[in-house]
Design a protein around this ligand. Structure first.
Ligand code: NAD
Ligand code: UDP
Length: 338
């Protein structure tokens, strides 16, 4: 089986490529390197010792993508490529709609015209919006999303649902990720955000290595056990293994299926700070700030559908997530080399 991985040089994509290659699945990577370094490709090679092809191409480039499909024999696609910074999407909505929505439309068109109708898509728990009560299940009403990034995920889910209604030959998995953190056990692959991180774990690790002075905790007056926001953190390698199961699922027939990829457990911001301090032995200075607009108190998954239908379950706990994040950050203080 050969899988085209869009955005395969990025954080989740690179970890997924390692697990696909280790499972004996052939990989073809397409990335325009707008949010990653090319050296992540070398790390995938070094970790797996397996040959694979990569193309520098924008998924919005129909001819470029068509050429790749004509050259390679692609059975299915895992579609990670997209812009993902919630805050940035608020002041660059057109760029987000163009890259994420237009990019997906071009990709689906190229796939259809080349007879490839199997796709796994990176959606997000953000599609559940502000009003559903955790644990979140796949049958809950989606919507009420508060930013352009989240709307691109919701719209792409709807586009893929409409596509399946129009043509039952498609086989589609929509994966709703909760909060991916952690890194490859080797310490050679991990998250490498541009500039000041928006997300909690890379912010904590950069405080730990002294790049940032202290963590700002966005609110301690939520209705949670310690007042800080609760999320379902999932190890990126568990997430990657979920994609191996999902790609096997899309290969096995037709249909459209939606799965939460989470652990089912919620940890507060201060729980994560404590777990990180224990794993790293480094004290994290923090200050309580106002709530961040658009944040909700609590968000965690019910992951039982993925267990039942994909045979997948997250295995790595919060301690391991923190240890692996720290190993990556401390061994690569400046992220990937240029
Ligand atoms: P990432 O930025 O590390 O990876 C995305 C990759 O896509 C990057 O390597 C980037 O260069 C590439 N890319 C972007 N636009 C492209 C284009 N037009 N053509 C070709 N390549 C392009 O992000 P990630 O954290 O690995 O996330 C992967 C996917 O998962 C994204 O779609 C993201 O929205 C989704 N997701 C991520 C999270 C998270 O917290 N990391 C949570 C939910 C969903
Ligand atoms: N958070 C925080 N300080 C930060 C970044 C995040 O307190 O610098 C909190 C945020 O309010 C939320 C949790 O950490 O409760 C996870 O935030 P993140 O941005 O990582 O993911 P989200 O769930 O918002 O997508």
């Amino acid at each position: 089986m050969s899988v085209l991985v869009t955005g395969g040089a990025g954080y989740i994509g690179s970890h997924t490529c390692v697990e696909l290659l280790n499972s004996g699945i052939d990989v073809v990577i397409v990335d325009n390197f707008c949010n990653c370094k090319k050296s992540s490709i070398d790390r995938i090679k070094a970790l797996t010792n397996k040959a694979f092809t990569y193309y520098e191409c924008d998924i919005r480039d129909y001819d470029g993508m068509d050429e790749i499909f004509k050259k390679e024999s692609i059975d299915s696609v895992i579609h990670f490529a997209g812009l993902k910074a919630v805050g940035e999407s608020v002041y660059k909505p057109l760029e987000y709609f163009d890259n994420n929505i237009n990019g997906t439309l071009v990709l689906l068109d190229v796939m259809r015209n080349n007879g490839c109708k199997k796709i796994v898509f990176s959606s997000s728990a953000t599609v559940y919006g502000m009003n559903n009560i955790s644990p979140l299940t796949e049958d809950m009403k989606v919507g009420g999303v508060t930013n352009p990034y989240g709307r691109t995920k919701l719209m792409i889910e709807e586009i893929m649902q409409d596509l399946y209604v129009s043509d039952k030959e498609w086989s589609i998995c929509l994966l709703r990720y909760f909060n991916p953190i952690g890194a490859h056990k080797s310490g050679t692959m991990g998250e490498d955000p541009n500039g000041i991180p928006n997300n909690l774990m890379p912010y904590i690790t950069q405080v730990a290595i002294g790049k940032l002075d202290h963590l700002g905790v966005y609110g301690d007056d939520y209705d949670t056990h310690d007042g800080t926001g609760v999320r379902d953190y999932i190890h990126v390698v568990d997430l990657a293994l979920g994609h191996v199961k999902a790609v096997e699922k899309v290969a096995s027939g037709t249909g459209l299926n939606i799965y939460n990829l989470g652990t089912g457990k919620g940890y507060s911001v201060l729980d994560v700070v404590k777990a990180f301090e224990k794993a790293s032995g480094v004290k994290i200075k923090y200050e309580i700030l106002d709530r961040r607009p658009g944040d909700i108190a609590t968000c965690y998954s019910d992951p039982s559908k993925a267990l039942k239908e994909l045979g997948w379950k997250a295995e790595r706990d919060i301690e391991e997530m923190c240890e692996d994040s720290w190993r990556w950050q401390s061994q690569n203080p400046n992220g990937y080399p240029d």
